[in-house]
Design a protein around this ligand. Sequence first.
Ligand SMILES: *[C@@H]1O[C@H](CO)[C@@H](O)[C@H](O)[C@H]1NC(C)=O
Ligand SMILES: *[C@@H]1O[C@H](CO)[C@@H](O)[C@H](O)[C@H]1NC(C)=O
Ligand SMILES: *[C@@H]1O[C@H](CO)[C@@H](O)[C@H](O)[C@H]1NC(C)=O
Ligand SMILES: *[C@@H]1O[C@H](CO)[C@@H](O)[C@H](O)[C@H]1NC(C)=O
Ligand SMILES: *[C@@H]1O[C@H](CO)[C@@H](O)[C@H](O)[C@H]1NC(C)=O
Ligand SMILES: *[C@@H]1O[C@H](CO)[C@@H](O)[C@H](O)[C@H]1NC(C)=O
Ligand SMILES: CC(=O)N[C@H]1CO[C@H](CO)[C@@H](O)[C@@H]1O
Length: 476
Amino acid sequence: MEHTTHTAMPMPHQNLLAGVNRRYRTLIPLTLVFIWAWFLWRPLFDLQTKLPWDQSSKSNQTQNDSNQTQSTPISWEGTKDIFDFPPIESEAIKSICDDVEWNSTLVFTCDNSYGGVGNIRNSVLNCVRYAISAGAGLVIPKIILRNSQNIMDLETGERTTLDYMFDVEHFVESLRLSCPALKLYSTEGDIPNLEKSSDPISVVPESLVEGKSRDGSAALQNSDQWRQQFYQWLEQYATNNTEGPIIVYVGRLFLKYSVYSDGERFALEFGEILKVRSDARELATTTLHALIQAYSLRVNLTENILKNAFLGVHLRTEKDAMNAWGNPFWPFSTYKAIVAKYMEQIQDPSRPKTAVIYVASGDLNEVGKFAGDVKALNMTVTTKDNLLTGKDKEDLEKLVWDQQALVDFLVMPMASDFAGLGISSFSWNIALRRHFLAKQKNFLHIDGPRMFEDEFSILYGGGKDKYPEYEACLWP
Ligand SMILES: *[C@@H]1O[C@H](CO)[C@@H](O)[C@H](O)[C@H]1NC(C)=O
Ligand SMILES: *[C@@H]1O[C@H](CO)[C@@H](O)[C@H](O)[C@H]1NC(C)=O
Ligand SMILES: *[C@@H]1O[C@H](CO)[C@@H](O)[C@H](O)[C@H]1NC(C)=O
Ligand SMILES: *[C@@H]1O[C@H](CO)[C@@H](O)[C@H](O)[C@H]1NC(C)=O
Ligand SMILES: *[C@@H]1O[C@H](CO)[C@@H](O)[C@H](O)[C@H]1NC(C)=O
Ligand SMILES: *[C@@H]1O[C@H](CO)[C@@H](O)[C@H](O)[C@H]1NC(C)=O
Ligand SMILES: CC(=O)N[C@H]1CO[C@H](CO)[C@@H](O)[C@@H]1O
């Protein structure tokens, strides 16, 4: 599983699955629409392909300008960031926060999230959710850096600020609007009366719940119960020092909260307190624009999922994933096995037809290999790395590996069709987000090989390893 190279993979929960399915069937596709709201685009720039396997992007780019302008009637002039959206003011979050009894002496820190964007986003959101349950204040979460010299080394212990991936102002403002009683501190040093506090206490929230399952998710549906257990646990640290704040260091919380236990609307809106940082949003806008121009895609830009445009492929065969997933029990742990399924999907007449494949991958050698393999199917492959040019390309290259992935994280949900992996939180994030727009409400075949399937996405997985906690515990 991509969240760690050390922890065991989560166990199946067949019983949980039944409940989740029921909840999903009733899900109304609430609007994440404003995320997608199409505004104006930045002007067209030079397209220059750098990689030999992406040839069509230049040679055919100007081929049919007249039709292009018809198909994309919105002016490209104007905004350079279509992925921006205002801070959220969520009634669903407000109503949960209003019911909380807040405790001004308690402050949580959430500085143990690591991994890629799918992992970090989930862990940070869960930690904020637990702080709300406890009625605690919160220091703006930090992120553990991946080792830039060795992407397999996730847990360096070296921490950076939340803006490494997310828009901090948006986070603060959204919480101020939606959960005003939650006290936020920029740093631990800003906690009042810090000098009077006792030593910080560490907690792994899911460990406090009786009868927890191995991954904790099934046990953590009821946050009221967790709150009680948390305060009981806290009693052992009671001191005669009642003046200072009580600081609680919260452990990593990947897939450790059942997100629909607060209601569907809360689940849908809570994730929007995290918005990808602005430079990645701008690069994603440019990437998408370049993709549409380069392949003369005739898209209706007011649609959330672009028809007849591109197949999104998450080629999660980078070294870190192969290292973490080199599990002989897992049927899709090799490039060969994964790509065989992707090729099937490309040729499946029941899937949306596209002429170009946009690949999300942090390894261009793997992309090159894939481009060679799908050539036989007359498919062209492209990535952000060769769609972006000039200054934009330089800006992309200035970002570290996990930050570059943010661009794909934004572009991919718009794909006409999507192929990903049931073992990857990144893939699940994309598929679940798209699923709210799908007509096909049943999507799970937990035994695989199509672990998740609707008309917009397929995730391959199954066999001995099943991951129902992804759909139960990922904030969509
Ligand atoms: C460009 O378009 C022409 C006409 O549709 C086609 O024959 C040619 O193969 C295309 N070139 C590339 C590199 O895809
Ligand atoms: C261009 O658009 C016109 C009108 O929509 C259509 O009739 C024609 O077939 C299109 N040409 C191409 C090459 O797509
Ligand atoms: C906050 O929690 C601490 C620790 O459990 C407790 O001693 C204190 O009474 C609580 N304060 C309020 C206002 O509930
Ligand atoms: C708190 O104070 C009481 C009375 O002075 C003392 O007996 C007890 O040991 C103290 N407890 C702690 C945890 O310091
Ligand atoms: C584009 O999509 C929107 C929203 O689905 C729809 O209302 C509109 O009619 C579409 N426009 C065209 C030209 O197909
Ligand atoms: C690819 O395109 C060529 C030339 O148009 C065609 O002969 C061939 O059948 C196509 N192959 C597939 C798998 O579609
Ligand atoms: C180069 C090319 O394919 N041009 C075509 C653009 O579209 C018109 C009709 O819309 C065709 O006549 C051209 O051949």
